[in-house]
Design a protein around this ligand. Structure first.
Ligand code: B12
Length: 191
């Protein structure tokens, strides 16, 4: 899918947006019973495989030399959804950020360790489920407890997150889309 999009000369940002729409349609089909688990898992696998190819294309055509800043990104503990987080990481890289993707199912302690290790300008967290959204609050509190909260800007997103929730946990920013996340990161850097 990714290679075909590149060969067809599609704008990679449009390709990512189309992939987002596609998995949401598949998810809705699964929810109402028109599609089945293999459809959902197959769709998710196709997107996970396509993303690095599109990422490469974004870097090929956009290659920015200036470093905008450092970002640590991950999906919170208890949550294995990876697609949106990876898209955000991809577009942040395209925007010129150095991105350390610390993966999925990341505990608060692991986020704190990631901040200590990479000393990012921005910590970005994704959560797709109402049950895992509170983990973002836990990470903010852990950073506070470790005296690291003021060393980093925090941005949050993922299907389960709203602006209201982001405000309630004291995050510095929220955006519902991956291109919006990249713009938000620039703004947080004062650019
Ligand atoms: C694909 C999918 C899966 C795949 C995941 C594959 C993978 N490798 O990621 C599989 C099948 C494994 C899966 C499993 C489960 N899933 Co699921 N899944 C989905 C589905 C259909 C799509 C998610 C997705 O990839 N969306 C596309 C991406 C691009 O969107 P996104 O992640 O929201 O990201 C965008 C923005 O939010 C934003 N963004 C994302 N991160 C960040 C971060 C920052 C900082 C910023 C600024 C922005 C930002 O940018 C992205 C691009 O625009 C959704 C339905 C939906 N409508 O979202 C359900 C959904 C998220 N899943 C759900 C559930 C319940 C589960 C399971 C518990 C199911 C089960 N009973 O086993 C398990 C969870 C296991 C776990 N512990 O995590 C529920 C969550 C309900 C809730 N609100 O709590 C949903 C909403 C389905 C539903 N309607 O019930 N799932």
């Amino acid at each position: 899918m990714g290679a075909q999009a590149v060969e067809a000369g599609l704008d990679p940002a449009d390709a990512l947006a189309a992939m987002t729409d596609a998995i949401r349609v598949i998810g809705e089909g699964f929810r109402v019973g028109d599609l089945f688990l293999p459809d959902l898992v197959g769709g998710a696998d196709a997107l996970t495989a396509a993303t690095p190819i599109i990422e490469e294309e974004i870097q090929r055509i956009g290659a920015k030399t200036e470093t905008m800043g450092v970002v640590v990104i991950g999906t919170v503990y208890g949550d294995i959804h990876t697609i949106g987080k990876t898209m955000v990481a991809t577009l942040l890289q395209a925007e010129g950020f150095t991105v350390h993707d610390i993966g999925i199912n990341v505990t608060a302690d692991e986020f704190v360790a990631g901040v200590r290790k990479h000393k990012p300008d921005i910590l970005a967290m994704s959560a797709l489920m109402t049950m895992t959204a509170p983990e973002q609050r836990k990470v903010v509190e852990s950073l506070q407890a470790e005296g690291l909260r003021d060393s980093v800007k925090i941005m949050v997103g993922g299907g389960a997150i709203t602006q209201e929730f982001a405000d309630s946990i004291g995050a510095d920013g929220y955006n519902p889309t991956a291109p919006g996340a990249a713009k938000l990161a620039r703004t947080l850097m004062g650019r």
